[in-house]
Design a protein around this ligand. Structure first.
Ligand code: 13P
Length: 252
């Protein structure tokens, strides 16, 4: 059976001390009241080595928000998948719409990143999703198909089975607009059908597909209640323990 997952994406927020404090507070809250789903926090690179030992690995997984598309060498400022894994982090967000839009990450670049993450034992949380104009044109299915095919179709079925997908409509990220439960379920079901066609029904059934985009305690339950929505990738609401735990508690 696929896992239900609530993952936080801190983005470029919290200095090191604030990040450690947030991780510790979340750890305390979830130790006192155990979650009914997998919980992951994805933090800036420099936080990883401090946040990993600050949380109970049985309750909270830790991940990065990106990694390099190269193994090692003269790539000033980059952080490799091996470096991420060496901190004890287990996950890495790849293909977030902000990286695609602001840092020009193409499907080809993301294909390299996914393969390096997997080669270093990291679980990619691979993000897909359309912009508002594409939704208005009704081409969102084609957009997510191209994103999946462009970066993930070269993987073996075994490697694909290690990936978590996150559908994040760009028009819902940080905007307060959320996909309706019906919109989320419709496209999540489509994404699962794409996986089934390419990698087989069993792998499709076992792939966790998260929803992201203005997810909050007040709407998480109705989003996660859909059969094809297996949790959330949370931005703003992951920065406050109360809000993030409120979303985690949607699985109770
Ligand atoms: P918000 O929850 O702030 O809309 O961000 C979603 C997101 O981009 C998570 O990766």
């Amino acid at each position: 059976m696929r896992k239900n997952i609530v993952a936080g994406n801190w983005k470029m927020n919290k200095n090191l001390q604030e990040g450690i404090a947030l991780a510790k507070d979340l750890n305390a809250a979830l130790t006192a009241d155990k979650p009914n789903c997998d919980v992951i926090i994805c933090t800036p690179f420099i936080h990883l080595a401090s946040v990993v030992p600050a949380v109970d690995a049985a309750i909270i997984g830790v991940g990065a928000e990106n990694c390099a598309d190269k193994v090692s060498g003269a790539y000033t400022g980059e952080v490799s998948a091996e470096m991420v894994a060496s901190t004890g982090a287990k996950y890495v967000i790849l293909g977030h719409s902000e990286r695609r839009a602001y840092y020009h990450e193409t499907p080809e670049i993301l294909k390299e990143k996914v393969q390096l993450a997997l080669a270093n034992g990291l679980t990619p949380i691979f993000c897909i999703g359309e912009v508002l104009e594409e939704r208005q044109q009704g081409i969102q299915n084609q957009v997510v198909f191209d994103q999946i095919a462009g970066s993930l179709f070269d993987l073996s079925a075994e490697d694909f089975s290690k990936i978590v997908l996150a559908y994040e409509p760009v028009w819902a990220i940080g905007t307060g607009l959320t996909a309706t439960p019906e919109q989320a379920e419709e496209i999540h079901a489509y994404i699962r059908s794409v996986i089934a066609d390419k990698f087989g029904a069993e792998i499709a059934e076992n792939t966790s597909i998260l929803y992201g985009g203005s997810c909050k305690p007040s709407n998480a339950k109705e989003l996660f209640a859909n059969p094809n929505v297996d949790g959330g990738l949370i931005g703003g609401a992951a920065l406050k323990v109360e809000d993030f735990k409120g979303i985690i508690d949607a699985f109770k």
